[in-house]
Every structure is written in structure tokens, then in C-alpha cells.
Design a protein around this ligand. Structure first.
Ligand code: PBG
Length: 330
């Protein structure tokens, strides 16, 4: 035989040398959940080993992530029901939980790239990403509050805003709003191809942000998030966001959408992020708890596959685990 591909697989040294995909701590973005209170750390029932933190413990977590080599965190807040309304009024409170969290993180770890979620759902009494009227999730009427939210996060010190709602035209509106307010240096990571996925379930538990079960309120997000059947549409969304000024685009979820990551990577002149979402975390945790999968191997394999598909950056709840794995010899 002239060709024996197995020759390149015969030792760990050779396999390392010819590996086409390598993970690095700076590939990862750590999503974090902030909550009110002092010295509180609550495990999320459907995300074993993952927590919501009060701000004092949140800043410790960010410091630890930074010291391990993680370069970026993506911040979400759990908002008390009493602060929720249809318009997301609390999202603009300069002393709201998000704004306080941003300030505390930037005071403690100023070098980290702090990204913040810009969407109404944690603040919405209906659990939707936009203002709801007569059973419709309003597009243009929601963009104003999103732009004000982005400015409010920038004023508190956010480095990047990450609009996650799939409204039309919001990237351009946010870019103009940020620039007009003097925040030309604040970046936008666009959730460009975000699918109406069942894999967000545990996240909605974490933030208590699921669409409510009420008459005239849509039970799902299918009129704004994308249909899992579509990939050409994802390319169009990414292209539009890039044209409107997105600094990075994102595909979400990751594992069931590797082809979407691949196609967008081929076309995109900006970095492509993939969000390995809460349900993808939960699946590995649940199977590992049953003894059906080796958790460490599953984490390494899945994250490698997301990068191999073309993701430049990966948001995942396994950031600490994967950095530890990369630092260990096995
Ligand atoms: C909502 C938002 C969601 C996630 C991030 N931002 C859930 C949703 O669209 O309902 C999900 C993240 C995850 O599941 O890990 N703006």
C-alpha cells in the first residue's frame, strides 16, 4: 500500500502534531447568571454544576475565569417578577442589577471583555423578547428600548453588547444609537442565526424567563427566532447583520447547527461565534450522571467539533471544565 493513513495515528505525539483543530482558553466565552442578594450561589436545577450568583460572588467567579485564561464573559440577569412589565422598563434602570453587575465586574477585572445580553425577555412579564400587543411581538416598537438598553450597558462599562432577540433591523439601530451616544468603541455581537430551539429550556429555568401560559400570548418564539429547517435564511440574517455593522455574528444552538456554522464561516468577513446552549450542557450532564457517557471526553469532543465546523469563538457553560482539561496532560 502506498498510503497508510494509520501511520499518522500511531502515537499521541504524532496525533498531537497533525491535529487540525486545537482548542485554546481564549476561544471561550463564559455565560454568567447574576441575581440579587449577598453571598448567594444557587444551583440551576436543570443545569447541575452551574449557578446563579449574587454580585459579590459573581465578581469572584469572573476573577477566577480570567486567571484561568478565559478572556470573555457574557452576562445575563435574573430579574425579580415585581420588576417585570411589557416594555422592559427595568432594563433601563441605571442602578438595575445588570448595570450594577457590569460596574462591579469592570472594577474588579477591568481587562476582561465583558459582553452583555440585550433582550427584553428577562424583564418581560410575558417572557418574550419584545413588546407584546394583541398577541403579536412588536418589532420596530421594541428596537427603541433595545437601543436605550445598549447605551445603558455601555454607560455602565460593557465592552460588547449582544442583542439576542432576532428582531429585524436592530443591529443598525444599536450601532447608530451607540455611536451617537459616544460609544464608538463598544462592539456588537449579533445573534444572527438564532433558532427557535427546545434546547433553551434550562436557560429559561435559570432566569425564570419562559413565555407565560396566558390567553393571547404566543407560547413559543417562532415568529422571531428561526425555523430549524433553514440554513439559507441564516446566511441572509448574518449578511444583514454584518452590513448593519455587527463586529461578530453568532449561531445558536451549536451542535444541531454545525452546518449553519460552517456555511456562515465560509461567507463571513467577521468572527463567527457559536453558542453551545443550556440544553446541550444539560444533555451531557444528564447522560454522565447516569454513567452513560464520559463527561470529560464528551465535553472535549463536542467543543472540538464546534470549532472544527468553523466557530472562532464558543460560548459554553463548560468553560472552566474545558480549560482545566486543556491544561491537564490527558
Ligand atoms: C433570550 C436568550 C435565550 C438564550 C440566550 N438569550 C433563550 C431564549 O431565546 O428563549 C438561551 C441560552 C441557552 O439556552 O443557554 N434572549
Amino acid at each position: 500500500m502506498l498510503h497508510r493513513p494509520r501511520r499518522l495515528r500511531q502515537s499521541a505525539a504524532l496525533r498531537d502534531m497533525v491535529a487540525e483543530t486545537r482548542l485554546h482558553p481564549s476561544d471561550f466565552i463564559a455565560p454568567l447568571f447574576a441575581m440579587e442578594g449577598e453571598n448567594l450561589k444557587e444551583e440551576i436545577a436543570s443545569m447541575p454544576g452551574y449557578y446563579r450568583f449574587s454580585l459579590d460572588l459573581l465578581v469572584k467567579e469572573v476573577k477566577e475565569l480570567w486567571e484561568m485564561g478565559c478572556r470573555s464573559v457574557l452576562l445575563f440577569v435574573k430579574v425579580d417578577d415585581s420588576f417585570k412589565d411589557n416594555e422592559g422598563t427595568e432594563a433601563l434602570n441605571p442602578d438595575g442589577l445588570m448595570q450594577q453587575a457590569i460596574r462591579r465586574i469592570k472594577e474588579t477585572v477591568p481587562e476582561i471583555c465583558l459582553m452583555t445580553d440585550v433582550a427584553l425577555d428577562p424583564y418581560s412579564e410575558y417572557g418574550h423578547d419584545g413588546i407584546v400587543e394583541d398577541g403579536i411581538i412588536l418589532n420596530d416598537e421594541t428596537i427603541g428600548v433595545l437601543a436605550d438598553m445598549a447605551i445603558s450597558h455601555a454607560q455602565a462599562g460593557a465592552d460588547f453588547v449582544a442583542p439576542s432577540d432576532m428582531m429585524d433591523g436592530r443591529i443598525g439601530a444599536l450601532r447608530i444609537a451607540l455611536d451617537t451616544a459616544g460609544f464608538t468603541h463598544v462592539g456588537i455581537m449579533a445573534y444572527s442565526a438564532k433558532y427557535a430551539s427546545c434546547f433553551y429550556g434550562p436557560f429559561r429555568d435559570a432566569l425564570d424567563s419562559a413565555p407565560v401560559d396566558m390567553a393571547d400570548i404566543p407560547k413559543d418564539k417562532k415568529t422571531y427566532q428561526m425555523d430549524p429547517a433553514n440554513v439559507v435564511e441564516g446566511l441572509k440574517e448574518a449578511k444583514m447583520d454584518i452590513d448593519e455593522g455587527a463586529d461578530m455574528v453568532m449561531v445558536k444552538p451549536a451542535l444541531a447547527y454545525l452546518d449553519v456554522i460552517h456555511h456562515i464561516r465560509k461567507e463571513s468577513p467577521v468572527p463567527v461565534a457559536a453558542y453551545h446552549v443550556s440544553g446541550e450542557y444539560a444533555m451531557i450532564k444528564a447522560a454522565a450522571a447516569k454513567g452513560w457517557l464520559d463527561e470529560k471526553q464528551a465535553v472535549r469532543e463536542v467543543l472540538t467539533s464546534i470549532k472544527r465546523a468553523g466557530a472562532d469563538l464558543i460560548a459554553t457553560y463548560f468553560v472552566k471544565d474545558i480549560i482545566q482539561l486543556l491544561n491537564s496532560k490527558s
